[in-house]
Design a protein around this ligand. Structure first.
Ligand code: AGP
Length: 604
Protein backbone atom coordinates (compact mmCIF):
# COMPACT_ATOMS: atom_id res chain seq x y z
CA UNK A 1 0.00 0.00 0.00
CA UNK A 2 1.23 3.47 -0.75
CA UNK A 3 2.89 5.61 1.92
CA UNK A 4 3.15 9.36 2.38
CA UNK A 5 5.57 11.54 4.29
CA UNK A 6 5.97 15.30 4.46
CA UNK A 7 8.23 17.70 6.33
CA UNK A 8 8.47 21.44 6.86
CA UNK A 9 11.36 22.76 8.92
CA UNK A 10 15.07 23.42 9.04
CA UNK A 11 16.53 19.97 9.65
CA UNK A 12 17.97 17.71 6.93
CA UNK A 13 14.81 17.43 4.81
CA UNK A 14 16.09 14.74 2.47
CA UNK A 15 17.12 12.52 5.36
CA UNK A 16 13.83 13.00 7.18
CA UNK A 17 11.80 12.15 4.10
CA UNK A 18 13.80 9.06 3.17
CA UNK A 19 13.95 7.80 6.75
CA UNK A 20 10.20 8.33 6.99
CA UNK A 21 9.64 6.32 3.81
CA UNK A 22 11.83 3.54 5.22
CA UNK A 23 9.47 3.30 8.15
CA UNK A 24 6.64 2.68 5.70
CA UNK A 25 8.50 -0.02 3.74
CA UNK A 26 6.69 -2.79 5.63
CA UNK A 27 3.47 -1.80 3.85
CA UNK A 28 4.94 -2.77 0.49
CA UNK A 29 5.77 -0.58 -2.51
CA UNK A 30 7.28 -0.80 -5.93
CA UNK A 31 8.66 2.72 -6.49
CA UNK A 32 9.38 5.82 -4.46
CA UNK A 33 10.11 9.51 -4.79
CA UNK A 34 10.57 12.84 -3.05
CA UNK A 35 10.22 16.52 -3.99
CA UNK A 36 11.87 19.28 -1.96
CA UNK A 37 11.22 22.99 -2.31
CA UNK A 38 14.07 25.07 -0.96
CA UNK A 39 14.98 28.70 -1.70
CA UNK A 40 12.33 28.82 -4.40
CA UNK A 41 13.62 25.79 -6.30
CA UNK A 42 12.21 22.30 -6.60
CA UNK A 43 14.40 19.21 -6.58
CA UNK A 44 12.61 15.97 -7.34
CA UNK A 45 13.90 12.39 -7.45
CA UNK A 46 12.17 9.12 -8.23
CA UNK A 47 13.21 5.52 -8.58
CA UNK A 48 11.69 2.12 -9.17
CA UNK A 49 12.24 -0.69 -6.67
CA UNK A 50 13.67 -0.44 -3.21
CA UNK A 51 14.49 2.77 -1.35
CA UNK A 52 18.21 2.15 -1.68
CA UNK A 53 17.76 3.13 -5.35
CA UNK A 54 16.25 6.44 -4.27
CA UNK A 55 19.10 6.92 -1.80
CA UNK A 56 21.59 6.43 -4.63
CA UNK A 57 19.70 8.94 -6.78
CA UNK A 58 19.76 11.57 -4.04
CA UNK A 59 23.37 10.92 -2.97
CA UNK A 60 24.60 14.34 -4.02
CA UNK A 61 21.53 16.30 -3.00
CA UNK A 62 21.48 18.23 0.27
CA UNK A 63 19.27 20.97 1.66
CA UNK A 64 20.53 23.77 3.86
CA UNK A 65 18.19 25.62 6.18
CA UNK A 66 14.44 25.82 5.84
CA UNK A 67 12.73 23.61 3.27
CA UNK A 68 9.44 21.89 2.58
CA UNK A 69 9.37 18.35 1.26
CA UNK A 70 7.01 15.53 0.39
CA UNK A 71 7.71 11.86 -0.28
CA UNK A 72 5.90 8.75 -1.35
CA UNK A 73 6.20 5.01 -1.69
CA UNK A 74 3.91 3.73 -4.44
CA UNK A 75 2.10 0.42 -4.67
CA UNK A 76 0.92 0.48 -8.28
CA UNK A 77 -2.80 0.61 -8.99
CA UNK A 78 -3.29 2.79 -12.08
CA UNK A 79 -0.32 2.21 -14.35
CA UNK A 80 2.82 0.13 -14.06
CA UNK A 81 5.51 0.67 -11.44
CA UNK A 82 7.73 2.94 -13.54
CA UNK A 83 9.62 6.10 -12.72
CA UNK A 84 7.10 8.19 -14.62
CA UNK A 85 4.26 6.72 -12.61
CA UNK A 86 6.07 7.15 -9.27
CA UNK A 87 5.04 10.10 -7.10
CA UNK A 88 5.50 13.05 -6.58
CA UNK A 89 3.70 14.13 -9.75
CA UNK A 90 4.15 17.56 -11.17
CA UNK A 91 2.52 20.04 -13.50
CA UNK A 92 4.38 23.31 -13.96
CA UNK A 93 5.01 24.76 -10.53
CA UNK A 94 3.66 22.24 -8.05
CA UNK A 95 4.20 18.65 -6.84
CA UNK A 96 1.72 16.26 -5.31
CA UNK A 97 1.74 12.91 -3.50
CA UNK A 98 -1.43 10.91 -3.02
CA UNK A 99 -2.67 7.69 -1.43
CA UNK A 100 -6.02 6.24 -2.43
CA UNK A 101 -7.86 6.30 -5.71
CA UNK A 102 -9.40 9.25 -7.56
CA UNK A 103 -12.57 7.71 -8.94
CA UNK A 104 -13.37 10.47 -11.40
CA UNK A 105 -9.84 10.90 -12.69
CA UNK A 106 -10.78 9.83 -16.23
CA UNK A 107 -13.39 12.60 -16.58
CA UNK A 108 -11.09 15.23 -15.08
CA UNK A 109 -8.21 14.14 -17.28
CA UNK A 110 -10.33 14.35 -20.41
CA UNK A 111 -11.18 17.98 -19.68
CA UNK A 112 -7.62 18.87 -18.68
CA UNK A 113 -6.24 17.33 -21.86
CA UNK A 114 -8.66 19.42 -23.90
CA UNK A 115 -7.29 22.49 -22.16
CA UNK A 116 -3.74 21.52 -23.03
CA UNK A 117 -2.41 19.95 -19.82
CA UNK A 118 0.58 17.74 -20.44
CA UNK A 119 0.30 14.37 -18.70
CA UNK A 120 3.44 12.35 -18.11
CA UNK A 121 2.08 9.36 -16.21
CA UNK A 122 -0.76 6.84 -16.39
CA UNK A 123 -1.79 7.53 -12.80
CA UNK A 124 -5.02 8.88 -11.41
CA UNK A 125 -2.93 11.09 -9.07
CA UNK A 126 -1.53 13.33 -11.78
CA UNK A 127 -4.93 14.93 -12.38
CA UNK A 128 -4.74 16.48 -8.91
CA UNK A 129 -1.75 18.64 -9.67
CA UNK A 130 -3.04 19.72 -13.12
CA UNK A 131 -6.46 20.47 -11.70
CA UNK A 132 -4.79 22.54 -8.97
CA UNK A 133 -2.75 24.51 -11.50
CA UNK A 134 -5.79 25.13 -13.64
CA UNK A 135 -7.69 26.44 -10.59
CA UNK A 136 -4.70 28.52 -9.56
CA UNK A 137 -4.74 30.27 -12.91
CA UNK A 138 -8.40 31.22 -12.35
CA UNK A 139 -8.37 32.01 -8.64
CA UNK A 140 -4.85 33.45 -8.23
CA UNK A 141 -4.72 32.11 -4.68
CA UNK A 142 -3.02 28.82 -3.86
CA UNK A 143 -5.20 27.84 -0.91
CA UNK A 144 -8.43 28.68 -2.73
CA UNK A 145 -7.20 26.71 -5.73
CA UNK A 146 -6.36 23.75 -3.52
CA UNK A 147 -9.73 23.92 -1.74
CA UNK A 148 -11.54 23.97 -5.08
CA UNK A 149 -9.46 21.07 -6.38
CA UNK A 150 -10.33 18.92 -3.37
CA UNK A 151 -14.02 19.68 -3.83
CA UNK A 152 -13.76 18.38 -7.41
CA UNK A 153 -12.27 15.00 -6.48
CA UNK A 154 -14.31 11.87 -5.97
CA UNK A 155 -12.86 8.83 -4.26
CA UNK A 156 -10.40 8.17 -1.48
CA UNK A 157 -7.34 10.25 -0.80
CA UNK A 158 -4.63 11.49 1.47
CA UNK A 159 -2.88 14.30 -0.38
CA UNK A 160 0.10 16.57 0.18
CA UNK A 161 0.80 19.33 -2.31
CA UNK A 162 3.58 21.91 -2.51
CA UNK A 163 3.75 24.83 -4.92
CA UNK A 164 6.19 27.59 -5.78
CA UNK A 165 3.26 29.97 -5.43
CA UNK A 166 3.40 29.54 -1.62
CA UNK A 167 6.86 28.23 -1.11
CA UNK A 168 6.75 27.86 2.69
CA UNK A 169 3.56 25.86 2.76
CA UNK A 170 2.32 22.28 2.51
CA UNK A 171 -1.33 21.83 1.54
CA UNK A 172 -3.02 18.67 2.78
CA UNK A 173 -6.35 16.85 2.45
CA UNK A 174 -7.65 13.57 3.79
CA UNK A 175 -10.68 11.54 2.85
CA UNK A 176 -10.84 7.79 3.30
CA UNK A 177 -7.06 7.26 3.43
CA UNK A 178 -5.20 7.77 6.70
CA UNK A 179 -2.95 10.76 7.42
CA UNK A 180 -1.59 12.47 10.52
CA UNK A 181 0.62 15.42 11.44
CA UNK A 182 3.12 15.78 14.26
CA UNK A 183 4.88 18.88 15.56
CA UNK A 184 8.17 18.81 17.50
CA UNK A 185 9.66 21.24 20.03
CA UNK A 186 11.29 23.31 17.28
CA UNK A 187 7.87 23.72 15.64
CA UNK A 188 8.90 21.54 12.66
CA UNK A 189 5.95 19.72 11.15
CA UNK A 190 5.85 16.12 9.94
CA UNK A 191 3.19 14.40 7.89
CA UNK A 192 2.75 10.66 7.40
CA UNK A 193 0.16 8.14 6.36
CA UNK A 194 0.77 6.04 9.47
CA UNK A 195 2.39 6.47 12.90
CA UNK A 196 5.75 4.86 12.36
CA UNK A 197 7.65 7.65 10.51
CA UNK A 198 6.76 10.06 13.30
CA UNK A 199 7.86 7.87 16.21
CA UNK A 200 11.03 9.36 17.64
CA UNK A 201 10.47 12.66 15.78
CA UNK A 202 7.39 13.99 17.58
CA UNK A 203 5.65 13.18 20.84
CA UNK A 204 2.20 14.41 19.92
CA UNK A 205 0.19 13.99 16.76
CA UNK A 206 -3.11 15.00 15.25
CA UNK A 207 -4.95 12.35 13.20
CA UNK A 208 -6.92 13.98 10.40
CA UNK A 209 -10.54 13.02 9.95
CA UNK A 210 -12.29 12.32 6.67
CA UNK A 211 -13.04 15.59 4.92
CA UNK A 212 -10.21 17.50 6.67
CA UNK A 213 -8.03 19.74 4.53
CA UNK A 214 -5.87 22.81 5.04
CA UNK A 215 -2.26 23.97 5.10
CA UNK A 216 0.79 24.31 7.29
CA UNK A 217 3.53 26.89 7.26
CA UNK A 218 6.40 27.23 9.71
CA UNK A 219 4.14 28.95 12.22
CA UNK A 220 0.63 27.88 11.33
CA UNK A 221 -1.52 24.78 11.13
CA UNK A 222 -4.90 25.56 9.59
CA UNK A 223 -7.48 22.79 9.34
CA UNK A 224 -10.95 22.89 7.79
CA UNK A 225 -13.49 20.11 8.17
CA UNK A 226 -15.77 18.59 5.54
CA UNK A 227 -18.23 21.46 5.95
CA UNK A 228 -15.47 23.99 5.20
CA UNK A 229 -15.48 25.18 8.81
CA UNK A 230 -12.15 25.90 10.44
CA UNK A 231 -11.38 23.60 13.36
CA UNK A 232 -8.78 23.19 16.09
CA UNK A 233 -6.29 20.32 15.89
CA UNK A 234 -6.64 17.61 18.48
CA UNK A 235 -3.17 16.45 19.55
CA UNK A 236 -2.69 13.17 21.33
CA UNK A 237 0.33 11.25 22.62
CA UNK A 238 2.13 9.12 20.03
CA UNK A 239 3.03 5.45 20.66
CA UNK A 240 6.73 4.74 21.14
CA UNK A 241 7.09 1.14 19.91
CA UNK A 242 7.58 0.90 16.13
CA UNK A 243 6.66 -2.74 15.62
CA UNK A 244 3.47 -2.38 17.58
CA UNK A 245 2.76 0.86 15.70
CA UNK A 246 3.06 -1.08 12.44
CA UNK A 247 0.48 -3.46 13.79
CA UNK A 248 -1.65 -0.43 14.63
CA UNK A 249 -2.65 -1.82 18.01
CA UNK A 250 -3.48 -5.31 16.78
CA UNK A 251 -1.80 -8.36 18.28
CA UNK A 252 -0.81 -9.79 14.92
CA UNK A 253 -0.60 -8.60 11.34
CA UNK A 254 -3.18 -11.22 10.45
CA UNK A 255 -5.64 -9.63 12.85
CA UNK A 256 -4.92 -6.19 11.41
CA UNK A 257 -5.41 -7.54 7.91
CA UNK A 258 -8.76 -9.07 8.84
CA UNK A 259 -9.86 -5.67 10.12
CA UNK A 260 -8.52 -3.96 7.00
CA UNK A 261 -10.74 -5.96 4.69
CA UNK A 262 -13.49 -3.40 4.67
CA UNK A 263 -11.21 -0.61 3.41
CA UNK A 264 -9.22 -2.68 0.94
CA UNK A 265 -12.38 -4.06 -0.64
CA UNK A 266 -13.59 -0.48 -1.01
CA UNK A 267 -10.36 0.11 -2.96
CA UNK A 268 -10.97 -3.00 -5.06
CA UNK A 269 -14.37 -1.64 -6.06
CA UNK A 270 -13.26 1.95 -6.63
CA UNK A 271 -13.54 3.22 -10.16
CA UNK A 272 -14.89 -0.10 -11.42
CA UNK A 273 -18.62 0.42 -10.88
CA UNK A 274 -21.28 2.80 -11.92
CA UNK A 275 -25.06 2.53 -11.49
CA UNK A 276 -25.59 -0.42 -13.80
CA UNK A 277 -22.18 -1.35 -15.15
CA UNK A 278 -19.04 -3.10 -14.00
CA UNK A 279 -15.91 -2.19 -15.93
CA UNK A 280 -12.23 -2.95 -15.79
CA UNK A 281 -9.87 -0.42 -17.38
CA UNK A 282 -7.47 -3.35 -17.68
CA UNK A 283 -9.61 -5.21 -20.22
CA UNK A 284 -10.49 -4.04 -23.71
CA UNK A 285 -14.16 -4.09 -24.60
CA UNK A 286 -13.98 -7.25 -26.72
CA UNK A 287 -11.72 -9.15 -24.34
CA UNK A 288 -14.25 -11.97 -23.88
CA UNK A 289 -15.18 -12.23 -27.56
CA UNK A 290 -14.71 -15.76 -28.86
CA UNK A 291 -14.27 -17.15 -25.36
CA UNK A 292 -16.51 -20.14 -24.67
CA UNK A 293 -14.86 -21.47 -21.56
CA UNK A 294 -12.92 -20.20 -18.56
CA UNK A 295 -10.24 -22.26 -16.84
CA UNK A 296 -9.11 -21.01 -13.43
CA UNK A 297 -5.85 -22.22 -11.97
CA UNK A 298 -4.23 -21.50 -8.59
CA UNK A 299 -2.91 -22.88 -5.29
CA UNK A 300 -4.10 -22.76 -1.68
CA UNK A 301 -6.30 -19.86 -0.73
CA UNK A 302 -6.22 -18.48 -4.26
CA UNK A 303 -7.55 -21.84 -5.44
CA UNK A 304 -10.47 -21.42 -3.03
CA UNK A 305 -11.29 -18.02 -4.47
CA UNK A 306 -11.18 -19.61 -7.94
CA UNK A 307 -13.61 -22.32 -6.84
CA UNK A 308 -15.94 -19.61 -5.56
CA UNK A 309 -15.62 -17.85 -8.90
CA UNK A 310 -16.65 -20.96 -10.83
CA UNK A 311 -20.09 -20.85 -9.20
CA UNK A 312 -20.47 -17.16 -10.05
CA UNK A 313 -19.29 -17.45 -13.66
CA UNK A 314 -21.63 -20.31 -14.46
CA UNK A 315 -24.57 -18.86 -12.54
CA UNK A 316 -24.43 -15.29 -13.82
CA UNK A 317 -22.30 -15.25 -16.96
CA UNK A 318 -23.51 -18.67 -18.18
CA UNK A 319 -20.01 -19.58 -19.23
CA UNK A 320 -18.53 -23.03 -18.73
CA UNK A 321 -15.89 -22.77 -16.00
CA UNK A 322 -13.46 -25.28 -14.57
CA UNK A 323 -10.97 -24.93 -11.73
CA UNK A 324 -7.57 -26.55 -11.45
CA UNK A 325 -5.00 -26.98 -8.70
CA UNK A 326 -1.84 -25.70 -10.36
CA UNK A 327 0.51 -28.43 -9.10
CA UNK A 328 -1.84 -31.07 -10.55
CA UNK A 329 -2.53 -29.30 -13.81
CA UNK A 330 1.15 -29.01 -14.65
CA UNK A 331 1.79 -32.70 -15.07
CA UNK A 332 -1.42 -34.17 -16.31
CA UNK A 333 -1.08 -33.35 -20.03
CA UNK A 334 -4.21 -31.21 -20.00
CA UNK A 335 -6.19 -30.54 -23.16
CA UNK A 336 -6.37 -26.86 -23.94
CA UNK A 337 -8.61 -25.37 -26.57
CA UNK A 338 -8.13 -21.91 -28.06
CA UNK A 339 -11.59 -20.67 -27.09
CA UNK A 340 -10.65 -20.99 -23.41
CA UNK A 341 -9.61 -18.04 -21.31
CA UNK A 342 -6.92 -19.20 -18.90
CA UNK A 343 -7.02 -17.32 -15.61
CA UNK A 344 -4.41 -17.65 -12.90
CA UNK A 345 -5.01 -16.29 -9.42
CA UNK A 346 -2.22 -15.44 -7.04
CA UNK A 347 -1.71 -13.06 -4.15
CA UNK A 348 2.04 -12.88 -4.76
CA UNK A 349 2.18 -13.44 -8.50
CA UNK A 350 5.26 -15.60 -7.89
CA UNK A 351 3.94 -19.03 -6.85
CA UNK A 352 6.03 -21.46 -8.90
CA UNK A 353 3.28 -23.98 -9.70
CA UNK A 354 0.80 -21.36 -10.81
CA UNK A 355 3.42 -19.49 -12.81
CA UNK A 356 4.30 -22.66 -14.72
CA UNK A 357 0.66 -23.28 -15.69
CA UNK A 358 0.46 -19.73 -16.99
CA UNK A 359 3.50 -20.37 -19.20
CA UNK A 360 1.94 -23.63 -20.42
CA UNK A 361 -1.28 -21.86 -21.35
CA UNK A 362 0.62 -19.15 -23.20
CA UNK A 363 2.63 -21.73 -25.10
CA UNK A 364 -0.62 -23.39 -26.13
CA UNK A 365 -1.80 -20.06 -27.53
CA UNK A 366 -4.56 -19.43 -24.99
CA UNK A 367 -5.63 -15.96 -23.99
CA UNK A 368 -4.47 -15.40 -20.40
CA UNK A 369 -5.48 -13.24 -17.49
CA UNK A 370 -4.04 -12.96 -13.97
CA UNK A 371 -5.87 -11.80 -10.87
CA UNK A 372 -3.04 -10.65 -8.66
CA UNK A 373 -2.16 -8.43 -5.73
CA UNK A 374 1.38 -7.51 -6.74
CA UNK A 375 1.98 -5.40 -9.79
CA UNK A 376 5.06 -6.20 -11.80
CA UNK A 377 5.21 -9.70 -10.32
CA UNK A 378 6.21 -12.50 -12.70
CA UNK A 379 2.60 -13.47 -13.45
CA UNK A 380 1.56 -9.90 -14.13
CA UNK A 381 4.43 -9.51 -16.56
CA UNK A 382 3.67 -12.73 -18.41
CA UNK A 383 -0.13 -12.80 -18.63
CA UNK A 384 -1.89 -11.01 -21.50
CA UNK A 385 -3.91 -8.96 -19.05
CA UNK A 386 -3.83 -8.39 -15.29
CA UNK A 387 -6.45 -7.27 -12.81
CA UNK A 388 -4.94 -6.06 -9.57
CA UNK A 389 -6.83 -6.84 -6.39
CA UNK A 390 -5.53 -3.76 -4.48
CA UNK A 391 -5.35 -5.49 -1.09
CA UNK A 392 -2.07 -3.80 -0.16
CA UNK A 393 0.80 -5.85 1.19
CA UNK A 394 -0.27 -8.89 3.18
CA UNK A 395 2.21 -9.75 5.90
CA UNK A 396 0.43 -12.60 7.66
CA UNK A 397 1.41 -15.88 6.00
CA UNK A 398 -2.21 -16.97 6.32
CA UNK A 399 -3.97 -15.05 3.60
CA UNK A 400 -7.09 -13.09 4.53
CA UNK A 401 -7.57 -9.75 2.78
CA UNK A 402 -6.01 -11.09 -0.43
CA UNK A 403 -8.71 -13.77 -0.54
CA UNK A 404 -11.43 -11.23 0.20
CA UNK A 405 -10.32 -8.97 -2.65
CA UNK A 406 -9.92 -11.89 -5.07
CA UNK A 407 -13.51 -12.97 -4.47
CA UNK A 408 -14.63 -9.35 -4.87
CA UNK A 409 -12.86 -9.12 -8.24
CA UNK A 410 -14.41 -12.41 -9.33
CA UNK A 411 -17.93 -11.34 -8.43
CA UNK A 412 -17.37 -8.15 -10.44
CA UNK A 413 -15.82 -10.07 -13.32
CA UNK A 414 -18.72 -12.54 -13.48
CA UNK A 415 -21.07 -9.56 -13.73
CA UNK A 416 -18.83 -7.89 -16.29
CA UNK A 417 -19.06 -10.98 -18.52
CA UNK A 418 -22.79 -11.29 -17.83
CA UNK A 419 -23.17 -7.70 -18.95
CA UNK A 420 -21.38 -8.26 -22.25
CA UNK A 421 -23.17 -11.57 -22.90
CA UNK A 422 -26.47 -10.10 -21.71
CA UNK A 423 -27.12 -13.07 -19.44
CA UNK A 424 -28.46 -10.78 -16.72
CA UNK A 425 -31.09 -8.12 -17.20
CA UNK A 426 -30.28 -4.49 -16.52
CA UNK A 427 -32.33 -4.61 -13.34
CA UNK A 428 -30.49 -7.67 -12.13
CA UNK A 429 -27.15 -6.01 -12.82
CA UNK A 430 -28.18 -2.85 -11.01
CA UNK A 431 -29.25 -4.96 -8.04
CA UNK A 432 -25.94 -6.84 -7.98
CA UNK A 433 -23.98 -3.60 -8.14
CA UNK A 434 -25.95 -2.36 -5.18
CA UNK A 435 -24.94 -5.54 -3.29
CA UNK A 436 -21.32 -5.23 -4.39
CA UNK A 437 -21.20 -1.80 -2.80
CA UNK A 438 -22.37 -3.38 0.46
CA UNK A 439 -19.39 -5.77 0.75
CA UNK A 440 -17.21 -3.33 2.75
CA UNK A 441 -19.97 -3.06 5.36
CA UNK A 442 -20.56 -6.81 5.46
CA UNK A 443 -16.90 -7.49 6.39
CA UNK A 444 -16.70 -4.79 9.02
CA UNK A 445 -15.64 -6.45 12.29
CA UNK A 446 -18.10 -5.69 15.08
CA UNK A 447 -16.64 -5.68 18.60
CA UNK A 448 -19.44 -7.88 19.94
CA UNK A 449 -18.85 -10.47 17.24
CA UNK A 450 -15.11 -10.56 17.84
CA UNK A 451 -15.63 -10.85 21.60
CA UNK A 452 -18.07 -13.73 21.15
CA UNK A 453 -15.64 -15.62 18.91
CA UNK A 454 -12.81 -14.98 21.36
CA UNK A 455 -14.87 -16.47 24.17
CA UNK A 456 -16.06 -19.46 22.15
CA UNK A 457 -12.58 -20.28 20.89
CA UNK A 458 -11.53 -21.77 24.24
CA UNK A 459 -13.87 -24.73 23.58
CA UNK A 460 -12.14 -25.67 20.35
CA UNK A 461 -8.56 -26.30 21.35
CA UNK A 462 -8.55 -30.09 21.24
CA UNK A 463 -10.71 -32.80 19.67
CA UNK A 464 -9.82 -35.18 16.87
CA UNK A 465 -10.62 -32.86 14.04
CA UNK A 466 -12.67 -30.10 12.53
CA UNK A 467 -15.02 -30.28 9.59
CA UNK A 468 -15.97 -26.96 8.02
CA UNK A 469 -19.03 -27.62 5.91
CA UNK A 470 -21.10 -25.61 3.44
CA UNK A 471 -22.91 -25.80 0.13
CA UNK A 472 -22.50 -23.92 -3.14
CA UNK A 473 -20.01 -21.03 -2.68
CA UNK A 474 -20.02 -21.84 1.03
CA UNK A 475 -18.20 -25.08 0.18
CA UNK A 476 -15.06 -23.22 -1.03
CA UNK A 477 -15.49 -20.96 1.97
CA UNK A 478 -15.54 -24.08 4.17
CA UNK A 479 -12.32 -25.21 2.47
CA UNK A 480 -10.80 -21.80 3.13
CA UNK A 481 -11.93 -21.81 6.79
CA UNK A 482 -10.34 -25.24 7.29
CA UNK A 483 -7.12 -24.14 5.57
CA UNK A 484 -6.88 -21.05 7.79
CA UNK A 485 -7.32 -23.13 10.92
CA UNK A 486 -4.79 -25.78 9.81
CA UNK A 487 -2.17 -23.24 8.86
CA UNK A 488 -2.05 -21.34 12.11
CA UNK A 489 -3.41 -23.69 14.80
CA UNK A 490 -1.81 -26.94 13.54
CA UNK A 491 -5.08 -28.71 14.34
CA UNK A 492 -6.50 -31.08 11.77
CA UNK A 493 -9.31 -29.50 9.77
CA UNK A 494 -11.10 -30.35 6.54
CA UNK A 495 -13.51 -28.46 4.37
CA UNK A 496 -16.33 -30.53 2.98
CA UNK A 497 -19.54 -30.05 1.02
CA UNK A 498 -22.36 -30.40 3.58
CA UNK A 499 -24.27 -32.83 1.38
CA UNK A 500 -21.25 -35.11 1.03
CA UNK A 501 -20.74 -35.85 4.74
CA UNK A 502 -23.19 -38.74 4.63
CA UNK A 503 -21.03 -40.46 2.01
CA UNK A 504 -18.25 -41.24 4.44
CA UNK A 505 -17.01 -38.63 6.88
CA UNK A 506 -20.14 -38.90 9.03
CA UNK A 507 -18.61 -42.14 10.34
CA UNK A 508 -16.23 -39.91 12.31
CA UNK A 509 -19.05 -38.10 14.12
CA UNK A 510 -18.73 -38.09 17.90
CA UNK A 511 -18.52 -35.33 20.53
CA UNK A 512 -14.83 -34.83 19.76
CA UNK A 513 -15.52 -34.09 16.09
CA UNK A 514 -16.06 -30.37 15.71
CA UNK A 515 -18.32 -29.31 12.87
CA UNK A 516 -18.23 -25.68 11.83
CA UNK A 517 -21.44 -25.37 9.84
CA UNK A 518 -22.02 -22.51 7.41
CA UNK A 519 -25.78 -21.97 7.24
CA UNK A 520 -26.59 -18.95 5.07
CA UNK A 521 -30.18 -17.86 4.85
CA UNK A 522 -30.14 -17.31 1.09
CA UNK A 523 -28.38 -20.38 -0.23
CA UNK A 524 -29.88 -23.86 0.21
CA UNK A 525 -30.70 -23.18 3.85
CA UNK A 526 -33.10 -26.09 4.41
CA UNK A 527 -30.82 -28.58 2.67
CA UNK A 528 -27.76 -27.49 4.62
CA UNK A 529 -29.74 -27.54 7.84
CA UNK A 530 -30.73 -31.19 7.36
CA UNK A 531 -27.09 -32.08 6.71
CA UNK A 532 -26.09 -30.46 9.98
CA UNK A 533 -28.97 -32.14 11.81
CA UNK A 534 -27.65 -35.52 10.63
CA UNK A 535 -24.33 -34.72 12.28
CA UNK A 536 -25.98 -33.33 15.39
CA UNK A 537 -28.01 -36.56 15.75
CA UNK A 538 -24.71 -38.46 15.79
CA UNK A 539 -23.44 -36.27 18.61
CA UNK A 540 -20.85 -34.29 16.68
CA UNK A 541 -20.12 -30.98 18.43
CA UNK A 542 -21.64 -28.32 16.20
CA UNK A 543 -20.74 -24.66 15.93
CA UNK A 544 -23.31 -23.14 13.58
CA UNK A 545 -22.70 -19.85 11.79
CA UNK A 546 -25.96 -18.41 10.55
CA UNK A 547 -28.26 -15.40 10.71
CA UNK A 548 -31.09 -17.79 11.67
CA UNK A 549 -31.35 -19.34 15.14
CA UNK A 550 -30.43 -23.01 15.04
CA UNK A 551 -31.28 -25.08 18.11
CA UNK A 552 -29.46 -28.26 17.11
CA UNK A 553 -26.07 -26.60 17.56
CA UNK A 554 -23.86 -26.65 20.65
CA UNK A 555 -22.55 -23.21 19.81
CA UNK A 556 -24.09 -20.58 17.63
CA UNK A 557 -22.46 -17.56 16.03
CA UNK A 558 -25.19 -15.31 14.74
CA UNK A 559 -24.38 -13.33 11.64
CA UNK A 560 -26.41 -10.38 10.35
CA UNK A 561 -29.29 -10.74 7.92
CA UNK A 562 -28.16 -9.75 4.41
CA UNK A 563 -30.24 -9.46 1.25
CA UNK A 564 -27.89 -11.64 -0.84
CA UNK A 565 -25.98 -14.85 -0.20
CA UNK A 566 -22.66 -13.32 -1.34
CA UNK A 567 -22.90 -10.75 1.44
CA UNK A 568 -23.52 -13.62 3.86
CA UNK A 569 -20.44 -15.26 2.34
CA UNK A 570 -18.30 -12.23 3.14
CA UNK A 571 -19.47 -11.93 6.73
CA UNK A 572 -18.99 -15.66 7.33
CA UNK A 573 -15.52 -15.39 5.81
CA UNK A 574 -14.63 -12.93 8.57
CA UNK A 575 -16.11 -15.25 11.21
CA UNK A 576 -14.03 -18.25 10.14
CA UNK A 577 -10.90 -16.11 9.90
CA UNK A 578 -11.41 -14.75 13.42
CA UNK A 579 -12.22 -18.19 14.81
CA UNK A 580 -8.96 -19.61 13.43
CA UNK A 581 -7.08 -16.59 14.72
CA UNK A 582 -8.48 -16.81 18.25
CA UNK A 583 -7.99 -20.58 18.55
CA UNK A 584 -4.38 -20.20 17.41
CA UNK A 585 -3.65 -17.31 19.77
CA UNK A 586 -4.99 -19.38 22.66
CA UNK A 587 -2.70 -22.22 21.60
CA UNK A 588 0.22 -19.80 21.85
CA UNK A 589 1.22 -19.98 18.18
CA UNK A 590 2.99 -17.37 16.10
CA UNK A 591 0.00 -16.55 13.95
CA UNK A 592 1.91 -14.38 11.48
CA UNK A 593 4.68 -16.86 10.83
CA UNK A 594 3.30 -20.37 11.21
CA UNK A 595 5.77 -23.24 11.26
CA UNK A 596 6.82 -24.80 7.95
CA UNK A 597 5.11 -22.17 5.80
CA UNK A 598 6.36 -19.31 3.64
CA UNK A 599 4.46 -16.33 2.31
CA UNK A 600 5.49 -16.88 -1.24
CA UNK A 601 6.08 -20.46 -2.42
CA UNK A 602 8.53 -20.13 -5.26
CA UNK A 603 9.60 -23.77 -5.29
CA UNK A 604 7.76 -26.73 -6.74
C1 AGP B 1 -2.84 -18.98 2.26
O1 AGP B 1 -3.20 -18.74 3.57
C2 AGP B 1 -1.61 -19.75 2.10
N1 AGP B 1 -0.52 -19.20 2.79
C3 AGP B 1 -1.33 -20.39 0.76
O2 AGP B 1 -2.26 -21.38 0.59
C4 AGP B 1 -1.34 -19.46 -0.50
O3 AGP B 1 -2.63 -19.05 -0.76
C5 AGP B 1 -0.76 -20.24 -1.70
O4 AGP B 1 0.57 -20.57 -1.44
C6 AGP B 1 -0.87 -19.47 -2.98
O5 AGP B 1 -0.20 -18.27 -2.91
P1 AGP B 1 -0.41 -17.13 -3.99
O6 AGP B 1 -1.80 -16.65 -3.86
O7 AGP B 1 0.60 -16.08 -3.64
O8 AGP B 1 -0.16 -17.74 -5.33
Amino acid sequence: MCGIVGYIGSKNTKKILINGLKELEYRGYDSAGIAVLSNGNFSSFKSVGKLVNLEKRTKDFETRGFAVGIGHTRWATHGKPTELNAHPHTGVNAYVVHNGIIENYAELKKELLKEGALFLSQTDTEVIVHQFEKNLKDLKNAFKAFEKTISELKGAYAILLVTKEEENTIFFAKNGSPMLIGINKENDKYFASSDTPLIGECREVNYFEDGDYGYVTQNELVIYDKNNTQKEPHFIQLATNKLSAQKEGFRFFMEKEIYEQSSVIADTLLGRLNENEVFFDELEENFFEGINEIKLCACGTSYHSALTASYLFERYAKIKTSVEIASEFRYRSPLMSKDTLFVVISQSGETADTLETLKMAKQSGLKTLVICNVDNSSMVRIADRAILTRAGIEKGVASTKAFATQVTVFWMLALHVAQSKKTLTEDELTQHIHYLRAIPTSVHVEDAMHERIKRLSKRYLHGHGFFFIGRDVFFPLALEGALKLKEISYLHAEGYPSGEMKHGPIALADPELFTIALLPQHMLYEKSKSNVEELSARDSTICAISPLEFDKADDFIQTKEHPHYMLEFFEMMVVVQLLSLEISIRLGNDVDMPRNLAKSVTVE
